[in-house]
Ligand binder design. Sequence first.
Ligand SMILES: Cc1cc2nc3c(=O)[nH]c(=O)nc-3n(C[C@H](O)[C@H](O)[C@H](O)COP(=O)(O)OP(=O)(O)OC[C@H]3O[C@@H](n4cnc5c(N)ncnc54)[C@H](O)[C@@H]3O)c2cc1C
Length: 363
Amino acid sequence: MSEDHMTADVLVVGAGPAGATAAEHAAIRGIDVLLIERKRELGVPVACGEFLPTAQEVRRIFPGAEDIDALRRVPADLVALETHKLRLYSPNLRLYEIDFEGFTTFRDRFDRHLVANAEKAGARLVTDCSFFSLEDGVAKTSKGDIEAKVIIGADGPLSRVAASLDLPKNKVLCPALTAYAEGDFDPVPEMYFGGMAPGGYAWILPKRRGANVGVGVSPRFAREKVGEYFKKFTDSREMSIGRPVGKYVPMGGPVRPNFAGKGLIVGDAAGHVMPVNGGGIPIALICGRIAGKAAADHVLSGTPLSRYADACRRQVEGPLRTALRTKALAGLVWGSDWRLGTAMKLIGKRRMGNILRCKSLIP
Ligand SMILES: Cc1cc2nc3c(=O)[nH]c(=O)nc-3n(C[C@H](O)[C@H](O)[C@H](O)COP(=O)(O)OP(=O)(O)OC[C@H]3O[C@@H](n4cnc5c(N)ncnc54)[C@H](O)[C@@H]3O)c2cc1C
């Protein structure tokens, strides 16, 4: 097999958390899996807050998700800092402290760890390889043609695989910027709401040393570019920060349908992000595993790929849809700091904790 014409049972496009997990769980079944990644170096630059809920919290958020523990075995050296609370600040800096178990990680090494798991399971990795399109069922890439029985698009929020499969695009893309800040920080993650990050929030997520600092905004409410909000936020705290890195966060909920022909999409490509907080890694892992299994079942016994959509619906989509409804309600107060502050006061910290966990505002 020459590099300009490759074959595989399953082609996975994108070696982020969703693609690496899908590749691992397809390869475990003994089929031939090819994982391609357009970057030359995996995991960098880091465009992520690097915060993860513990397995226990993920179970609370997605009670329908299967065997979370197996997915969430994170080696100790990838835990930057364990945290037990979240501090939420209203626009007038009123503090709401919520119990929430989580940790910050080193996202570059975290992604490489997941890809190493996929390779251990037998998946082949090709880096510096961009997917362009699907023509007559053949994937056209920067390293030549790839023929596969199933293609998994785990290529992020602007997925080319989704477009090639004629699947819908992510409806709401929110720009976010993040950077590493040096210095000493309280060991509690902080989220700031209001005019400094319209429709989103600014964050300080402490690591073992320093912190991950960032801002995400909604294009519906932001009047300036996200970089301006980021600069104001970091300037106001006189932080010593590194170069900010930006990316879109798909905040419009799960894309439907998420499969077509011989392909399916997963992770950010499929809108697998919690619309109330922008967290996507836990869902990328849950749905990555579902995608890998569904692709392997299709190759080995012709099981329809619609099983993938059914399992995503069962395991994660209920809480994501609840969170979308809450987000729509929040849209009523986002435009005014006074309204947002008053709403936060009325909602109170217990219910804010529920909202962050994708629960309904009114149980
Ligand atoms: C600023 C910011 C902060 C965030 N903070 C958090 C957080 O603290 N916690 C959390 O849980 N989530 C966070 N998220 C969301 C989280 O990063 C994503 O939900 C998660 O990375 C999704 O994983 P994925 O594998 O679907 O996509 P990605 O991680 O984006 O991986 C997609 C991969 O596909 C590759 N690719 C793209 N196009 C092609 C192509 N054409 N050919 C080949 N390869 C391609 C990319 O290079 C990339 O490696 C944050 C997002 C942003 C932008």
